[in-house]
Design a protein around this ligand. Structure first.
Ligand code: SAH
Length: 347
């Protein structure tokens, strides 16, 4: 059954009108979902019984059931959710000094096939609906409600390729961004893509406030082809052209994600090529420590080599940061918790 979270604000109002209800019914339902955060339709006490009965016959509220939760010593919390069809997805809550950030999944599995990533170990089963993404954030928010705390940031960096599920991801962002939804500021929402060029161009035209992050991970086509098959469809030159369109149309700073893989993309020559590739673009590089995945055999660089790479970029005039590691003591790498549970279920 469809979740009420699948509707954005305008859609739920329209739906109410289509049923012959007053327009404010939609408004009321939206408030019950996101302000009061009720988990059952019966709790919507100012909505007529008839109307509630109709909703109950056709919709559920939260399509995500928590099946596992791992809390790290640094507060990072990994959630494993089961959806109504039995599919499993992960989300992660990360604690920063500027707030609380939730990393959401956008698909069940992923087809992008990046060579270093745990998510791709299980092929894409299906796209998530926007409601299933909203539900991930809302379920975490429900936990935070207990201490009067709130989700302030959302990153679409969990399992899946958001631009391979563009419409649902954009609808999801709209709902969590809405003042009457979760009110998460547009500038606090980040969408990360491996580089699907036509959708980067569509996103550029959409002119939202959301941040765009690009998983780059290699500064030349030969290496990027090996690490990320998407590069064969959209090589670096095309990708960079699309990003230029994005920065021209949107006065927003881009993020390039770059995992430092020991002996693969971590040499001085790579830093130099990277600097040449992105010079002149309003962007910075986020250097990411690699979460080692047993099946892949890649190793992370040590802190010292990461610093050397960072210094080289800075010297070349490229702004960079080294991402702090979260949840080192739990299965925090993308897809690890889910892959484990899937294995267990398969016996
Ligand atoms: N498909 C999207 C979003 C999901 S992946 C994308 O490619 O951007 C989110 C980020 O995590 C990407 O930068 C991805 O390359 C990175 N990532 C994947 N596996 C990782 C691992 N084991 N350790 C660290 N980062 C990883």
């Amino acid at each position: 059954m469809q979740s009420l979270y699948d509707f954005n604000y305008e859609q739920i109002q329209q739906y109410a009108l289509d049923q012959g209800w007053k327009k404010f019914r939609g408004h009321q339902i939206f408030q019950w979902l996101y302000r009061k955060r009720v988990q059952s339709i019966d709790e919507m006490s100012d909505i007529s019984k008839e109307c509630r009965d109709f909703l109950k016959e056709n919709f559920i509220v939260n399509p995500c059931k928590i099946v596992d939760k791992q809390v790290s010593s640094d507060g990072t919390t990994k959630y494993l959710f089961e959806l109504t069809d039995g599919a499993l997805v992960e989300s992660v809550l990360m604690i920063y000094d500027y707030g609380k950030s939730v990393c959401v999944s956008s698909q069940v599995g992923c087809n992008m096939g990046c060579d270093f990533c745990a998510s791709g170990l299980l092929k894409k089963r299906r796209d998530l609906t926007s409601g299933e993404m909203v539900a991930q954030v809302l379920s975490v928010q429900k936990d935070l409600d207990e201490t009067d705390d709130r989700v302030s940031h959302v990153v679409v960096m969990g399992t899946g390729e958001p631009f391979d599920n563009y419409e649902h991801v954009m609808n999801f962002a709209k709902t969590i961004n809405h003042d009457l939804g979760l009110g998460i500021g547009g500038r606090h929402i980040t969408i990360s893509t491996c580089g699907i060029v036509p959708k980067i161009l569509a996103f550029a035209q959409a002119k939202t406030q959301y941040n765009l992050a690009i998983s780059l991970h290699a500064p030349n086509d030969t290496l990027r082809n090996k690490l990320m098959p998407i590069n064969k469809a959209y090589p670096l030159e095309e990708l960079m052209k699309a990003l230029k369109v994005y920065t021209d149309l949107n006065n927003r700073r881009l993020t390039f994600e770059y995992i430092l893989l020991k002996g693969i993309n971590d040499q001085q020559i790579h830093a130099d090529q990277l600097a040449d590739l992105i010079r002149g673009i309003n962007a910075y590089v986020n250097l990411i420590p690699y979460n080692e995945v047993d099946e892949h055999g890649y190793r992370s660089v040590d802190r010292k080599s990461a610093m050397v790479f960072y210094d080289r970029l800075m010297k070349k005039g490229i702004r960079a940061t080294i991402r702090k590691e979260h949840g080192g003591d739990i299965d925090a790498a993308c897809g690890q918790l889910r892959a484990k549970e899937e294995k267990k279920r398969m016996g």
